[in-house]
Design a protein around this ligand. Structure first.
Ligand SMILES: Nc1ncnc2c1ncn2[C@@H]1O[C@H](COP(=O)(O)OP(=O)(O)OP(=O)(O)O)[C@@H](O)[C@H]1O
Ligand SMILES: [Mg+2]
Length: 155
């Protein structure tokens, strides 16, 4: 399933993130995020955390690869693989798969060079920069669990 929308400004992105948080709050999800530097991958994840009642301050995990937030409705794991090379990424694919299972929410920010097909149930989110405030969000689901989430998101 595929869903796309335009967010004209950051408040539209916040509304989209709120709907997304509601859609994943009972099931969890694995979200693989693509988009250039400054597209809004971290911004979107922060808003989703806010609506999952995450109490910790959500920061970009660029320097630590993984941040964990346990205070919200469901646990949130936020990876940023920017600092890994392709080789490094292939070594953690199996570990990532474990983060696609169970009632948890996992965000993975990928550097552009590493866009690759993962072998498990997931949502791929592409964020395209249109202008300073405007972004295009494109969600694609792969697998039964993620299909259900996008169905909930569209109603
Ligand atoms: N509609 C919008 N949606 C999301 N972000 C927006 C929007 N309009 C403006 N912005 C701004 O764009 C920036 C997005 O930065 P962010 O750190 O989320 O990007 P990123 O995709 O995570 O980049 P990086 O690859 O460096 O991690 C923020 O400063 C945010 O306020
Ligand atoms: Mg980021």
């Amino acid at each position: 399933m595929s869903l796309s929308c335009i967010c004209n400004d950051i408040s539209d992105t916040e509304k989209l993130a709120k709907n997304f948080a509601e859609a994943v709050s009972s099931s969890g999800a694995f979200v693989s995020m693509f988009g250039d530097v400054g597209a809004g991958k971290t911004a979107f994840s922060k808003f989703v955390c806010k609506y999952l009642n995450v109490k910790e301050r959500v920061t970009s995990p660029s320097f630590v690869i993984l941040n964990e937030y346990k205070s919200g409705i469901i646990p949130v794991y936020h990876f940023d693989l920017y600092r890994l090379e392709n080789e490094g990424i292939s070594t953690i694919i199996n570990e990532l798969e474990e983060y696609s299972e169970g009632n948890i929410l996992t965000f993975v920010e990928w550097a552009q060079f590493s866009q690759n097909t993962l072998p498990f149930d997931r949502i791929e989110l592409n964020i395209n920069y249109i202008d300073e405030n405007k972004r295009e969000f494109i969600f694609n689901s792969f697998g039964a669990k993620s299909n259900e989430i996008l169905k909930r998101l569209s109603i």
